[in-house]
Write a protein that binds this ligand. Structure first.
Ligand code: FDA
Length: 307
């Protein structure tokens, strides 16, 4: 019940100000977002890769309001890519981007987001890595998929995300599996109406398995974005049945969540990529993490009260 309330709060400016200023917030935020600057996050990248994990980097931010902010977002990714270059990690460190941060919701937003994201994809390719387009709320997805298709003409490794809770996703998965795309499958983290999305967790889980089957049997590269132990073992079984080798799919989890499981899967020989977010505009990302698990909220509330 709490999840939808927290997700509604994630769009409220008043709550943003209250929560950002509360003493004790920072300590909880740090669990999910290990830094605000590239300098703070580079040692984390090194540490995770040394431990056999791969990364997808997210400079946090979304729902910007001016074209200048979109350009600043582009530049933040370009700076990150520039700083990654000497580490020579190739695809072990890729980027995840939210098109809303690149201007997608502004007037002329589709073209603006494409113009801002393209240099990031080009720069990533120059250091031997790639970019995945995150999935945001359902109203943004037609534009995201069109940008994905456009970028793939020149950069076929560009990935995208699909969300199991949306009714449209089974059809999207069939299309993406047939055209050989890299696709991250997640359950979905936004507050969506019953007209477009499953509201029941079990329905979402069942849809996740159906979509995963399509991806595993297809021509693309499935990226299993989940911490759910049941779905992780189903994914292993489906990969085996589809005759996929360990380098023909990968697991992805968020920084700070089920780290032992990330290391266990990597030690078993699986590719495991950790979605690592950093930056100053962490509010939306942080609130979605609270909404996913009520225990996080209790921990958060305690840390504020005891400060
Ligand atoms: P579920 O929520 O059922 O959790 C399973 C178990 O994992 C829990 O019991 C708990 O142990 C642990 N867990 C999960 N979330 C936790 C949390 N916040 N704190 C502590 N423990 C937690 N969504 C989206 O809409 N668009 C996107 O682009 C992405 N991108 C993305 C990338 C990657 C790599 C991941 C892993 C996830 C996303 N998501 C996302 C988020 C996704 O939609 C979903 O909200 C979360 O992954 C939680 O769902 P699970 O599949 O982990 O299952």
């Amino acid at each position: 019940m709490l999840g939808p309330v927290i997700l509604a709060a994630s769009r409220s400016d008043r709550m943003r100000r209250l929560i950002s200023a509360a003493p004790g917030t920072r300590q909880v935020v740090d669990r999910f977002i290990p830094g605000e600057t590239v300098d703070e996050v580079l040692p984390i990248i090194q540490e995770l890769t040394d431990r056999g994990l791969e990364l997808t980097m997210d400079v946090v931010g979304e729902d910007i309001t001016t074209p200048e902010q979109a350009v600043a977002a582009r530049d933040a990714y370009l700076e990150l890519i520039d700083r990654l270059k000497p580490l020579d990690l190739g695809t072990r460190a890729e980027m995840s981007v939210k098109l809303s941060m690149f201007g997608q919701a502004l007037p002329g937003g589709h073209e603006l987001a494409l113009a801002n994201v393209r240099p990031v994809v080009e720069a990533a390719a120059e250091i031997g890595t790639t970019v995945t387009l995150d999935a945001e709320d359902h109203t943004t997805l037609d534009s995201m998929f069109a940008i994905h298709e456009d970028l793939r003409e020149e950069f076929p490794q560009t990935g995208c995300v699909i969300q199991a809770y949306l009714f449209r996703t089974e059809a999207d998965a069939r299309r993406l599996a047939a055209n050989g795309s890299r696709v991250r499958l997640v359950k979905g983290a936004y507050k969506e109406p019953a007209s477009v999305a499953h509201q029941d967790k079990h329905e979402t889980d069942r849809a996740y398995v159906r979509v995963l089957r399509t991806l595993m049997q297809g021509e693309g590269y499935p990226m299993i974005g989940s911490h759910d132990p049941r779905l992780i073992s189903i994914a292993q079984e489906l990969a085996h049945r589809a005759g996929r080798k360990p380098d023909e799919y990968e697991f992805q989890m968020l920084y700070g969540i089920r780290t032992d499981e990330q290391l266990r899967l990597a030690a078993e020989g699986h590719r495991v990529r950790v979605y690592t977010a950093y930056g100053t505009d962490w509010y939306g990302y942080f609130m979605r993490r609270l909404a996913e698990k009520p225990a996080n909220l209790r921990f958060f509330a305690r840390s504020i009260v005891t400060k």
